[in-house]
Structure formats: C-alpha cells, structure tokens
Design a binder for this molecule. Structure first.
Ligand code: NAD
Length: 375
C-alpha cells in the first residue's frame, strides 16, 4: 500500500542492520529539502546512532514506520549498505545503495528483478561530484585513519618540548594519494607529524606537496602510473615487486603508514610485504584502508589487528561509521543531489540508460528507460 500523496513516489529509509554500521542514508535537513516532491518513510531508530532522532525526521516531514512497512510501501528504498537477505525490497522495486564486495548481492537483486542503483558506479565527473559517496566517505576514512593510527602508536605525532625533554615528531606516510590519502596527509600535518606521500600517478605529486608533505620519488623502473578516468593503472606482478623493493627503505623509516592504494574493480596492489615489515621499527603502525579488496600489506586481515615483527597492522573496513554523524551528513547530501537529478521536477524517478549518471549506476542491468512512479 503506498502511503502519502499518490501523485509522488515514496522513498523509504530503513535502519542499517549490518554489524557496526552507524550511518543513515538520508538525514532530516535533506528530507526537508525534497519533501515537496517525495514522501518519506523512515524506520524508527534509523538515524539514532548518527545523532538524528525519530522526532527530527517527523519535523522534517517524514513518517516513522517499521521495517516491514518500509519495504512494503516504498517505491524506492535508500540505504548505505547493500541489503541483507531479509532487507530486500519486493520484486520490481528500486534500491539505491552501495553494492559492496559480495558478488552474491548483485546476483540476488537481479534474480528478484530489483532495479539497483549501485553507488560505487558513480562516474568521476564534475557533474557527478556532488553525488559521489565514494569520495565523501573516503575523505572521512582518511581523517579517521590518522586518529586510529595515532591512538595505536606509542609515540606522539607532534614535536613536544617539556621540562622532561624534547620528543621528535613522528614520521608518517600515506601510500596512495587519492581522496583518502590526501585527507590522511592533511590530518597528520595538522597533528604535527613529519608527513610524506607516495602514489604511482605522477599527477599526485602536486596535491601532496601543496599540503606541505614530501612526495617520495622512487626509482623502480615501472611504467607510467596513470590509467583511465583519473585512476591508477594496474601494475604487473613484476612492476609491483620492483616498487615494493624501492619503497621498502623509505617505509622502514616511518612510524605511521596509512595505505589507501586501490585499482577500481581489481585486487589492491601489494605495497608492503613481510620483508619490509621485518625492516620496520617495532611499535610502528600501519592502517590499511584497502583491507576490503585484499589489502596493501601482506598480513592485513579485514577488521582485525595483526602484529608482525612488533608492527601493528590494522585493516578497518568501515572507518566512516566511527564518525557516523558527519559521514551521514555527507552521504545524505550526495543522495539528495542524486534524487534531485533523477526526479527532474516530475515527482517520478527517471531512470535512463543514456543519461551519464543513471546509465552508469544501472550498468549491467536490462533497464533502457524506466520511470518509477508512485505505486
Ligand atoms: P582510488 O581509491 O581508486 O585509489 C587511491 C589511490 O591509490 C589513487 O590515488 C591511486 O593512484 C593510488 N594507487 C593505485 N595503485 C597504486 C600503487 N601501486 N602504489 C601507490 N598508489 C597507488 O582513488 P580515488 O581516491 O578514488 O581517486 C583517484 C583519482 O580520481 C584522484 O585523482 C582523484 O582526485 C580523482 N577523483 C575525481 C573525482 C571527480 O572528478 N568527481 C572524484 C573523486 C576522485
């Protein structure tokens, strides 16, 4: 049964049930901006962990409902994480969420004829920038990674002079200077570390240096790092091995390493092997943000802390959830921009495979053109 105005679609926001997930896909200020065109139904408690209680959703014009009511009555379900089996919308409905690394999710959604707008597929274009959750959440992960690393280190990041003596600033490096890496560099600089950056893309040198960090140039005899669309190219095994050896002497001098190197759709490149770990000082810390795609460090395990040669290697896969309020704020602003683009003033959700944004999000699904109207 549709609820609200039958002339406009109903968007449902369920509580995230994935373990440890505290974010919510849409927050009250963004609902308020869209509720002239869309009816919203929000599961009780959906925003609580991110600091948005049920009453703030009601004030913004949403209706509070149970999980079952949301799945039954929403034309479009908007989530952060891909749905678990018991969170799947009914067949034929539309879902907007991350797809996550599990290939079974896509298969299950296809089998149930659910139209899925997978947020990972957002094009990296100027037009789509405001809708790009990977970028907004990577910024938060980069910031949070330095705080996690600083907590795990037995040394301070800044230089400190007291009557008891002077402490030298810690040495930090970000491997991979994309969105997360640059935010990690900026955060470590603010905390007073001596900061370095490295990336296979030569174009990354300028933003690293403009943040006041030192770009590490390595002579590894590997080809140009640039791939398509601003991303890095996947290196051959040989190139990766040469790069690891060239990097190891630099990494041995670092106390905090944040690794963020990724190749879209491919396993993460291996940048730190056991040999390099063996050269590092005990007590050093590695935060591996590529843990979900295999890790940049040989011993990384997703969401676990491994100690090797006294070096602590952590592989957190959901740091944005630790900063649930601001992470949700960004995520929600991205979703609001996406919904505004898809609604095009009509009260219907226009999905068009020839549109650069909805076409990319729908890729691989048999949807040439669809208009999601109120049921
Ligand atoms: P990403 O998460 O795919 O990868 C992170 C970083 O790892 C990248 O900088 C990549 O070059 C680097 N990397 C890959 N292999 C490596 C290796 N072997 N060694 C060291 N580093 C390696 O990338 P991202 O953070 O999403 O950003 C990639 C690029 O896209 C950046 O230039 C960013 O500014 C750009 N971008 C553009 C938009 C937009 O225009 N809308 C949005 C986001 C990002």
């Amino acid at each position: 049964m549709p609820i609200g105005n039958p002339d406009r679609i109903t968007v449902g926001i369920p509580l995230e049930r994935t373990n440890g997930e505290r974010r919510v896909a849409l927050i009250p200020p963004d609902i308020k901006k869209l509720n002239a065109k869309v009816s919203f139904v929000v599961e009780s408690g959906a925003g609580r962990e991110a600091g948005f209680g049920d009453s703030t959703y009601v004030e913004a014009g949403a209706r509070i409902a149970t999980s079952r009511e949301i799945l039954d009555s929403s034309d479009v379900v908007v989530k952060v994480r891909p749905p678990r089996f018991d969170e799947m919308p009914p067949a034929g409905r539309t879902l907007i969420s991350l797809r996550g690394p599990d290939p079974n999710v896509g298969e299950l959604l296809r089998k149930r004829s659910i139209i899925h707008l997978a947020l990972e597929r957002m094009p990296r274009t100027t037009r789509a920038q405001a809708m790009d959750v990977l970028s907004s959440q990577a910024s938060i992960a980069g910031y949070a990674s330095v705080l996690e690393g600083a907590r795990a280190l037995g040394v301070l990041l800044p230089m400190l002079t007291t009557a008891a003596g002077t402490i030298k600033p810690a040495r930090m490096i970000a491997l991979g200077a994309g969105v997360a890496g640059l935010q990690a560099i900026a955060t470590a600089r603010r905390l007073g570390a001596v900061v370095h950056g490295f990336d296979v893309r030569a174009a990354a040198r300028e933003p690293v240096e403009s943040l006041g960090a030192k770009f590490i140039a390595v002579d590894a005899d590997v080809g140009a790092g640039e791939g398509g669309g601003g991303y890095a190219r996947e290196q051959s095994r040989d190139e990766q091995s040469r790069l690891r050896r060239a990097l190891s002497a630099h990494l041995a001098t670092m106390q905090l390493i944040i690794t963020t190197a990724q190749i879209p759709g491919r396993p993460a490149p291996l940048l730190i092997d056991r040999e390099t770990l063996g050269m590092m000082k005990p007590g050093s810390v590695i935060i591996d943000l590529a843990a979900e795609t295999g890790g940049n460090c040989e011993v990384t395990q997703p969401d676990a802390t491994i100690t090797f040669n006294g070096v602590c290697v952590m592989g957190p896969t959901n740091l944005p959830s630790l900063m649930a309020s601001d992470a949700s704020r960004f995520f929600s602003a991205n979703i609001r921009s996406l919904l505004a683009h898809l609604l095009e003033g009509s009260g219907r959700l226009n999905l068009d495979a020839s549109d650069p944004i909805s076409g990319a999000l729908l890729a691989g699904q048999d949807v040439a053109r669809a208009s999601v109207a109120a049921a």
